[in-house]
Design a protein. Sequence first.
Length: 94
Amino acid sequence: MKENRTGKKFKSLREDAKYSQEKLARLLNCQPEQVVQWENGEEEPSLDQCMLMCRLYGMTADEMFSHINSDYLINDNIKDEFLYESSVNRILKR
């Protein structure tokens, strides 16, 4: 069974920001059930929703998804793209 680290991270960030699932759903213009599904690892938010969460939590996408080990990225093209994006974001932060 795949570990749900991303869902746990979403929940932790939401709770740290003192948002209820309902409030986060309103801010992201989605249904509270979707937030529950993200946190349970049943579904994933869209890229737009992820970027909005980054803004709400005052972090970059690299910081939000820092828990992801690139070995979990099955497709080498995706892995290369992920590593490239991470490198670019680190350079731009300087």
